[in-house]
Write a protein that binds this ligand. Structure first.
Ligand SMILES: [Zn+2]
Ligand SMILES: [Zn+2]
Length: 233
C-alpha cells in the first residue's frame, strides 16, 4: 500500500474527505442535501472516478453530513458504514437536533424544537440502508487504505473518526476548524456531551493523530486539541 493521501471536497458549509490513493479511496461524509452534482464535479477535477470510492464512512447522522449520501452512494455503488447508535436514524431518515453548547446555539435549537415543520423542510435527507454497522473500531485495510475507523462519541453518541496510519484524522463534528456562534476554540456549537468530547480529543492525540480534518472549517495540528480540552474542561 502506498502512503495515504487526503483530499478535501468542500460542499457548502461541510467538508467531505477522500482518504487513500489512486483507485482506492474512502469517502468521509456526504454533505447537505442537493450537493451531489457539485461533489461529482469536484471529484472529476481530482481525476477520481466514482467507482474508485470503495467505502463511504458517515461520521454521524446530521443533515449536513448525510444530505447527499443517497445520491452519492448510488453513483459510486459502494457500501456505507455508520455507527450502531445512529444506524436506525440513517435507515429512517430521522432528524435529531443535538443540544447547543453555547447561549446562541442553545437558543437556535430551542427555536428549532418549537418549529418541527421548518426543521423537517430544511434538514430532511433521503434514508440510506448501511451495509456496515460499526460497533467499536473498524480496520480499513481490507478496502486498500491504511486507516481505521474509531468510535469517538461526544458531538453525537455514534460519532466516528477515520484515522490514517500517517496520522490524518477526519473527525466529523468532534472538533471544529472554525468558530461559529462564538464557540470556544475547536468546540462544536452543538454536542451531546462536552465531557466526552474532551476525552476523545485526548484519545485522538494519544492514538497518533497529527492533523485534524474537521467537518467544518480548516485542518489544524492535532497538538492543539489536548490544550483546548483542558481549557474547555
Ligand atoms: Zn453534526
Ligand atoms: Zn456538521
Amino acid at each position: 500500500m502506498t502512503p495515504t493521501d487526503v483530499q478535501r471536497i468542500r460542499l457548502g458549509i461541510t467538508n467531505c474527505y477522500l482518504m487513500g490513493g489512486p483507485h482506492r479511496w474512502i469517502l468521509v461524509d456526504a454533505g447537505a442535501r442537493g450537493c451531489h452534482d457539485t461533489f461529482f464535479r469536484k471529484l472529476g477535477r481530482l481525476a477520481i472516478e466514482p467507482g474508485d470510492i470503495r467505502l463511504i464512512v458517515v461520521t454521524h447522522v446530521h443533515f449536513d453530513h448525510v444530505g447527499s449520501l443517497a445520491a452519492i452512494r448510488q453513483r459510486c455503488g459502494c457500501p456505507v458504514a455508520v455507527h450502531v447508535a445512529e444506524a436506525s436514524m440513517l435507515k429512517e431518515g430521522r432528524i435529531v437536533l443535538p443540544p447547543g453548547t453555547g447561549p446562541f446555539s442553545r437558543r437556535l435549537i430551542a427555536l428549532g424544537r418549537r418549529h418541527p415543520r421548518i426543521v423537517e423542510r430544511l434538514y430532511r435527507f433521503d434514508p440510506v440502508v448501511p451495509e456496515i454497522i460499526v460497533e467499536h473500531d473498524l480496520d480499513l485495510g481490507g478496502f486498500g487504505v491504511e486507516a481505521r475507523v474509531l468510535h469517538t462519541p461526544g458531538h453525537s453518541a455514534g460519532s466516528l473518526t477515520v484515522l490514517t496510519a500517517s496520522g490524518h484524522a477526519a473527525v466529523g463534528d468532534l472538533a471544529f476548524g472554525c468558530r461559529p456562534f462564538g464557540a470556544n476554540r475547536h468546540m462544536p456549537p452543538f454536542a451531546d456531551s462536552l465531557e466526552a468530547i474532551g476525552e476523545q480529543w485526548l484519545r485522538l492525540a494519544a492514538a497518533g493523530a497529527r492533523w485534524i480534518h474537521p467537518g467544518h472549517g480548516w485542518a489544524f495540528p492535532a497538538g492543539r486539541l489536548p490544550g483546548a480540552a483542558v481549557k474547555n474542561g
